[in-house]
Ligand binder design. Structure first.
Ligand code: AMP
Length: 137
């Protein structure tokens, strides 16, 4: 399958649609998920195009995983998380909805279940959490 340069995350990368950015380096960008399944739900993406792990280069995956690990530490510190769930989906049959490689980082607290997917978050609360996470990077 070909990469679609008009997917939502490509538009976020180009600044064509808004996002709550919390971290970026030369190769990766991290921003808040607008339908958070946990408080502080983040998405980590490469700045260069690929759909998912099936077409990503080893270099893209290495850059993204380095940022995934960094952000797992950051949310643990910023939000006092007891654990972190990392999720990643490949192609529609694998549960993927946006076809630009991304890893979900879900800060977890003991006894708190993930919320159901597909529910819009409170944008003020998301912005406040983004500020906390940004301050810890
Ligand atoms: P998936 O492709 O299944 O890993 O899911 C895509 C994720 O992107 C979902 O968790 C959505 O809530 C999230 N998402 C979709 N549109 C946006 C957006 N404009 N800004 C931030 N997150 C988004």
């Amino acid at each position: 399958m070909a990469y679609d340069p008009d997917n939502i995350f490509a538009k976020i990368l180009r600044g064509e649609i808004p996002s709550n950015r919390v971290f970026e380096d030369d190769e990766t960008l991290v921003f808040m998920d607008i339908m958070p399944r946990a408080d502080g739900h983040l998405l980590v993406i490469p700045k260069t195009p690929c759909r998912n792990v099936l077409d990503a280069s080893p270099e893209q995956l290495a850059a993204v995983m380095k940022t995934v690990q960094k952000m797992a530490h950051v949310v643990t510190q910023a939000l006092g998380a007891d654990g972190v769930t990392v999720q990643q989906f490949n192609e529609a049959a694998g549960g993927q909805e946006v076809f630009h490689l991304h890893f979900h980082i879900l800060p977890r607290h003991e006894g708190v279940s993930l919320r159901a997917p597909g529910q819009m978050g409170d944008m003020e609360q998301i912005a406040a959490l983004a500020e906390k996470i940004r301050a810890a990077t």
